[in-house]
Design a protein around this ligand. Sequence first.
Ligand SMILES: [Zn+2]
Length: 105
Amino acid sequence: MRGIDFREVRALISMADVLELLGFQARESSGQQRRGPCLLHGSDESSRVFSVNLAKNAFQCFKCGAVGNQLDLWAAVTKQSLYQAALDLCQRLNRDVPWLKTAQR
Ligand SMILES: [Zn+2]
């Protein structure tokens, strides 16, 4: 299995990209912060427990305690491994997969 440069994936694909794919509807918006219903534990639509920082590409849910970056979010919502989630996101968003360079022999 070829290695993926996850750091590069996070540079190519932003939290905003992932939220858009997931159809996230923010209930509150201030600067780079978005608040809305949790995409993971299924809170009701008016909920604002789910907090996102678009500048830091980070999310946190104050109810279920989920926390992570955009890649973690996609993996958790779509129930895939980080590896699969990274491939999946690159495909959906038409980005070249940043494979890790293998050593030359
Ligand atoms: Zn939650």
